[in-house]
Design a protein around this ligand. Structure first.
Ligand code: ACM
Length: 717
């Protein structure tokens, strides 16, 4: 970030200014008019004294940051005052802020100032936000921190909530104690719809786990919780009108209406909308256990235990189906106050429709030529019910069909092509393709996906305005309350930044540095992505001494996309919701930090022609740990069924460690290895690249790079 440049993008003028020696101030200047009065001048920048905004632990990065060069100390005298518009939600936000600050610092800070003159942080809010949070809310805020105090200015409580989280991210243990840097931030989101979808159906997610993830969403300024509540594998909400839905369709694992209200209130306190999804007409087996008459095929039905796309679908040809939905959706429309309502609409295979003579006759009568047209007819009836209840329909790609009301929202899971198509046809849309958390992608891969690139890049400005944002999606085939946080966090912080921050922010090293800091903060907030990893390893090891198991665990990753299901199918194993999720694949994070850092180091060593001896020593030390680990770990692997499957991959890790060390030995001695040696090492790498225990060794390409360098082959050739 050295030098001066300008870039116009998304209505933002970005500038770096006043580069001083090694450090430079970093300013994102919003071109939009600010309602704020001009900020008081910051302390003058001194040579080398400025801080770089990208070096701060801010995530998502604000639209505009102007750094000062001094710090505001945070002591136990820290106190907060609210100014301007007041409401109970803001009081609770301040209480929560103080408790989070106390947890982050380990220093009790509990003071609400009696008036602004005694406050260190003043939060000024101009007016209320809407009673039902909407898409056009002003979520902007400014945060000014000087030596004397700090002030958050926001149009409404939503901006104030965001400003408080930004402040918490700035708290650091500096040499003189905890403090925050002097700065001026002007911030507003790039997209109005920044969501996380949680599937509570395939595995039930208790309310407590939902709540702590809402805390995480608030921390990274996500504002839509999309709650996937009905599926083949479970119907998860209490219906008072049709109680057999939850009584027979949930194994007793559902949210009562009181719990739903509690979650909605909890979310609203955090500036988050709750959008329910009741998937129809497919993905609906669990409805039919209690109400088989809704289905297109003959019952009886049982809760589905397997994974995949299944045949049961609602009967679109019966008037009674719509009478049922009219009552049910009417009940749910009252329970969920948001203006938007998700009806799913995905993956109807049509087999029950094809096999039902009455449905076939209905289609002929109505001139419906195929199953897509039949689903369109179904959606049109559902839209009427939603409209009657003042709800706007949201659905997956499949709902996009002629006749769909123009205010409907399309959620694109199949690619940006369908999202662009929706926008061209006049529909608003959301991107989820590229943000599927169950793909087990690294954060950088999700971060590289942008709702405005690929197909959408060619849209007109008017069409682009219909792209509302996106949602990360957590599908729950292999999710439990124990491991869900590590599938969501910290990667969702990277996706949240994509939705909030200026588009051109793309630097991956900065992403990982800031995401690591946010990850630590999220654990303080009560998320369990770090602690559950250690706890689950302890269960596998049967002891607290997990040192050698952790060496292996730290460097493996779950297989990607749906390879886990493919491998099981190939072995004729039927995976079900009864399968315990206690294997290594369920335990390790989607992305190995150790492998990522090792790969980065090897890249640097190779591109620097092996001249950096300190770096080489670090790489060697890591390789030696890996080479030695199997000898320490192997005896315990044989003793437990939870560990047994890891024996081959533990051996692979040792072999990769040995290959890397031998490669470095050749390079250091300036000797050329024999062809036989190279062939042998490539066989080791090939073996390590085969999935074992549904895991992979993501640093294997880096070892290959070392081997190829030793053999005198340009790496990657
Ligand atoms: C989906 O993944 N079927 C929305």
């Amino acid at each position: 970030m050295n030098g001066t440049f300008e870039a116009k993008a998304e209505g933002l003028l970005r500038k770096t200014v006043a580069c001083a020696a090694m450090c430079c101030a970093f300013v994102w200047i919003g071109a939009a008019q600010t309602q704020e009065p001009a900020p008081a001048p910051l302390p003058a920048a001194s040579q080398g004294g400025r801080l770089d905004a990208l070096a701060m632990n801010l995530m998502p990065m604000p639209a505009s940051v102007q750094m000062g060069n001094q710090r505001l100390p945070l002591t136990q005298n820290f106190a907060v005052a609210l100014e301007g518009y007041k409401e109970a939600r803001l009081d609770r936000a301040v209480e929560r802020f103080l408790s989070e600050l106390s947890r982050q610092t380990g220093m009790p800070v509990a003071r609400r100032a009696a008036d602004s003159s005694k406050a260190v942080l003043i939060v000024h809010t101009a007016h209320a936000s809407k009673e039902i949070q909407d898409l056009d809310e002003d979520e902007s805020y400014t945060l000014q921190i000087s030596n004397l105090g700090a002030k958050i200015n926001a149009a409404n409580p939503l901006g104030a909530l965001h400003g408080l989280q930004t402040f918490l991210q700035l708290v650091e243990a500096a040499p003189g104690g905890f403090s925050v840097p002097n700065l001026y931030i002007e911030d507003r989101p790039r997209f109005a719809w920044r969501g996380l979808m949680i599937d509570s159906c395939r595995h039930f997610i208790p309310l407590e786990a939902i709540k702590r993830n809402l805390d995480g969403m608030e921390a990274v300024k996500l504002n839509v919780f999309h709650w996937h509540l009905s599926e083949n594998q479970g119907f998860r909400v209490e219906s008072k009108t049709f109680p057999k839905l939850q009584e027979l369709g949930s194994d007793g694992m559902y949210y009562t209406q009181a719990e739903v209200r509690e979650a909605i209130a909890y979310a609203r306190d955090r500036g988050i909308r709750v959008i329910p999804e009741f998937d129809m007409p497919g993905h609906s087996t669990a409805w039919f256990v209690g109400y088989p008459e809704l289905a297109s095929g003959p019952g009886p039905f049982a809760i589905e235990r397997r994974w995949g796309v299944f045949d049961p679908a609602m009967d679109p040809a019966r008037e009674e189906t719509y009478k049922f939905l009219d009552k049910f959706l009417g009940e749910m429309a009252k329970l969920f106050p948001d203006h938007y309502f998700h009806i799913g609409g995905d993956e109807v295979n049509g087999k029950q429709w094809d096999a039902n003579p009455k449905i076939q006759a209905f289609m002929r009568e109505r001139g419906l030529k195929n199953n897509e047209e039949l689903q369109r007819y179904f959606n049109q009836q559902v839209v009427k019910i939603l409209e009657k209840n003042h709800k706007t329909m949201v659905g997956w790609d499949e709902i996009l069909a002629p006749g769909l009301p123009k205010d409907s929202v399309i959620q694109s899971w199949r690619g940006s092509k369908s999202m662009a198509e929706a926008a061209r046809q006049g529909y608003r849309s959301l991107l989820s393709n590229g943000y599927y958390l169950d793909y087990m992608w690294p954060a950088s891969q999700h971060y590289a996906v942008d709702p405005m690139t690929e197909e959408t890049a060619s849209l007109t400005a008017e069409e682009k305005a219909r792209i509302l944002g996106g949602e990360a999606c957590l599908w729950a085939e292999f999710i439990s309350p124990e491991n869900m946080d590590s599938r969501i966090w910290p990667r969702t912080a990277a996706i949240a930044e994509r939705f909030w921050s200026p588009a051109e922010l793309s630097e991956v090293d900065s992403l990982y540095r800031r995401m690591d800091a946010e990850s630590a903060r999220l654990e303080f907030l009560g998320l369990t992505h770090k602690s559950s990893y250690v706890r689950m390893l302890g269960r596998m090891a049967g002891t607290d001494n997990i040192a050698s198991l952790r060496v292996l665990a730290d460097v493996v990753e779950p297989v990607k996309i749906y390879q886990r299901a493919k491998t099981a199918r190939a072995a004729n194993i039927v995976q079900t919701s009864a399968d315990p999720l206690n294997r290594m694949i369920d335990t390790v994070p989607p992305e190995s930090e150790a492998a990522r850092l090792f790969t980065k180091e090897v890249d640097a060593l190779v591109s620097g022609n092996f001249k950096d001896k300190a770096l080489e020593a670090e790489i060697r030390a890591q390789l030696m740990v890996w080479r030695a680990n199997d000898a320490a770990l192997a005896p315990s692997l044989a003793k437990s069924f939870l560990l047994m499957e890891l024996a081959p991959i533990s051996r692979d890790l040792a072999s990769l460690g040995a290959a890397g060390i031998e490669a470095l030995d050749y390079i250091d001695k300036g000797q050329h290895p024999s062809d036989a040696w190279k062939t042998q090492q490539m066989a080791v790498i090939e073996q390590a690249n085969l999935y074992k225990a549904d895991l992979l060794l993501p640093m294997s390409p880096a070892i290959q790079k070392l081997v190829e360098s030793a053999a005198g082959v340009a790496p990657g050739k």
